[in-house]
Design a protein around this ligand. Structure first.
Ligand SMILES: C[S@@+](CC[C@H](N)C(=O)[O-])C[C@H]1O[C@@H](n2cnc3c(N)ncnc32)[C@H](O)[C@@H]1O
Length: 365
């Protein structure tokens, strides 16, 4: 995306690297420079005379394994397949409406009465669908206030196509509110990774009232929580993380396969437990919400000829083209895990449960 693609929303398009990910990104380990996490595991099956018995696993397949998040196009297709396989509804928004609003409502309302803008930092905003729905929820909280409510959001998103979609939706929102006397939104789009953004943060830069990670902490990493608490929030503020729960099928997959060296991007398997650990280690005040559960129909992942199934398999393993790049033995183990994790819905469909929850961290209150 060129700078000119952000004409009216005061977008700051910083392209600091020709690579999609900077070297400081943790996920880059898997794709560009370092050895894959399991490169050192040598194939031990087969005859000793077979030269391949001493090859690293990834050389057994045509392409080396890559973490899914390092491949934008494949990631966004896999994410779509995941959304299409999930039970109807939007668990992120349901969790916010049913649990989070009650926790942050008072704080947000009192801040919205203040003439200075309510400032939000969104990490990994994607196409903005959830961000804009969240802004609508805040707008409802601000309804009926005597003063004009002004909300400023800075959105960090490395996938420029996603950010472009967000921009279009934000333009639409801005046009629909044109002339509104009660509310004003301002956006600042940053087409970059969180890691790149964080190293450029200066002391004099704006401080935020709320930082959110809607299913994005997996890619920003846990240190992002400490950075945001110390450097992005002002003296008072909230960090809101929507993340999978400990008992979720994907988190379990991470725990089971990590010791076997089959996890390319460990952050992708974080759960609410790691967030609570960081909050407790730092002595931060936090509240955990029970969150929402959705079933995910994974029947197609067992069908090698299904493109949708292969994309979904990539998403739940966070491994790009896992069917083609994992060894036969590893693929069997992976499929066995998902088979065991799933339950038959009575009509031949295999379903797993995705459990999501929220952790709200409070600073200065
Ligand atoms: C699961 S999606 C969630 C998108 C959005 N927050 C939502 O709720 O729909 C994760 C998003 O994080 C973005 N992402 C990936 N790596 C990132 C990084 N290093 N820093 C910030 N965002 C990243 C992805 O491009 C993707 O849009």
């Amino acid at each position: 995306m060129k700078r000119s693609a952000f004409p009216t929303l005061r977008a700051i398009a910083r392209k600091t690297s020709s690579r999609k990910y900077p070297l400081s990104s943790t996920v880059v380990r898997d794709c560009f420079h370092s050895k894959p996490a399991h490169e050192e595991q040598f194939i031990t099956q087969g005859s000793h005379n077979d030269i391949r018995s001493t090859w690293p696993r990834y050389l057994m397949s045509q392409t080396r394994p890559r973490s899914l998040i390092t491949c934008f196009d494949a990631y966004s297709k896999s994410l779509k397949s995941c959304h299409a396989s999930l039970q109807a509804g939007n668990p992120t928004l349901e969790c916010i409406k049913d649990h989070v609003t009650a926790l942050i409502g008072e704080y947000v309302c009192s801040r919205l009465e203040d003439p200075s803008p309510f400032r939000i930092l969104s990490v990994g905003s994607g196409d903005g669908k959830n961000d804009l729905a969240f802004l609508e929820i805040l707008r409802e909280l601000g309804r009926g206030k005597d003063n004009k409510v002004h909300i400023f959001e800075r959105a960090i998103e490395p996938d420029e196509q996603m950010l472009g979609m967000f921009l279009a939706k934000a333009e639409h929102l801005r046009e629909s509110l044109e002339g509104s006397v009660s509310i004003e939104f301002e956006f600042d789009f940053r087409p970059t990774t969180y890691q790149e953004y964080a190293v450029q943060k200066t002391k004099t830069d704006v401080k935020f009232d709320l930082v959110h990670f809607f299913h994005s902490l997996y890619y920003a990493d846990l240190e992002a929580l400490e950075h945001c608490y110390e450097k992005e929030l002002g003296t008072k503020g909230v960090i809101l993380c929507i993340i999978q729960r400990e008992g979720s099928a994907v988190a379990k997959y991470g725990r089971e396969f990590s010791p076997q060296g089959l996890i390319l991007n460990p952050g992708a398997f974080y759960s609410n437990r790691q967030v609570k650990d960081v909050a407790e280690k730092n002595g931060w005040k936090y509240v955990e919400c029970s969150g929402e559960s959705k079933t995910c129909d994974i029947t197609a992942i067992f069908d090698a000829s299904s493109q949708e199934g292969n994309r979904l398999l990539d998403f739940v393993t966070h491994w790009a083209d896992v069917r083609a790049t994992a060894s036969g033995n590893d693929l069997r183990k992976i499929l066995k895990f998902w088979e065991n994790e799933s339950v038959d819905d009575g009509h031949g469909k295999k379903e797993v449960t995705m459990r999501m929850g929220a952790i709200v961290i409070f600073k200065g209150m």
